[in-house]
Design a protein around this ligand. Structure first.
Ligand code: DAT
Ligand code: MG
Length: 151
């Protein structure tokens, strides 16, 4: 099947608000395959590494404090077009600009509390998967529904 993979994280606000199953369910129902998942509290230094492309932005320090403030569900999802379409499922960066029907559009209000992260392209997907997971934490398996999702 399709080996494209993306890094998706439920941020501390999504975990605290009880939205893990809601978010996992949306990726699962779409037809994507979960290949890695863990619950971790990132250090602030780790958060800064994850968001290093935003280090010059005024909200950077608050963003890193927030990401490291509690448990995060780190995941890798696999499937055809999952990087780009995963971003579509998530919605725009600001929940105020996210369409209804998207995760951020349906489930949150403020840009700095937007509950989920998703890789924004093939290169960041590879980098973020490598930052958050060891290779042996990625599980390759055949899922029963693949023959119904892909021809
Ligand atoms: P995205 O998470 O949609 O990829 P991004 O990479 O531009 O967005 O920014 C990363 C996170 O930083 C974003 O999810 C929430 C936070 N953020 C972005 N713009 C912000 C702003 N203007 N004020 C506060 N936080 C912001
Ligand atoms: Mg981003």
């Amino acid at each position: 099947a399709e080996l494209e993979r993306t890094f998706i994280a439920i941020k501390p606000d999504g975990v605290q608000r009880g939205l893990i199953s809601e978010i996992v369910g949306r990726f699962e129902r779409k037809g994507y395959k979960l290949v890695a998942i863990k619950l971790i509290v990132p250090t602030k230094e780790f958060a800064a590494q994850h968001y290093d492309d935003l280090s010059s932005r005024p909200f950077f320090d608050g963003l890193c404090d927030f990401l490291s403030s509690g448990p995060v569900v780190a995941m890798v999802w696999e499937g055809q077009g999952v990087i780009k379409y995963g971003r579509k499922l998530i919605g725009a960066t600001s929940p105020q600009a996210s369409e209804p029907g998207t995760i951020r559009g349906d489930l949150c209000v403020q840009v700095s509390r937007n509950i989920i992260h998703g890789s924004d392209g093939p290169e960041t997907a590879v980098n973020e998967i490598g930052l958050w997971f060891k290779p042996e934490e990625l599980v390759s398996y055949t899922k029963n529904d693949e023959k119904w999702l892909y021809e």
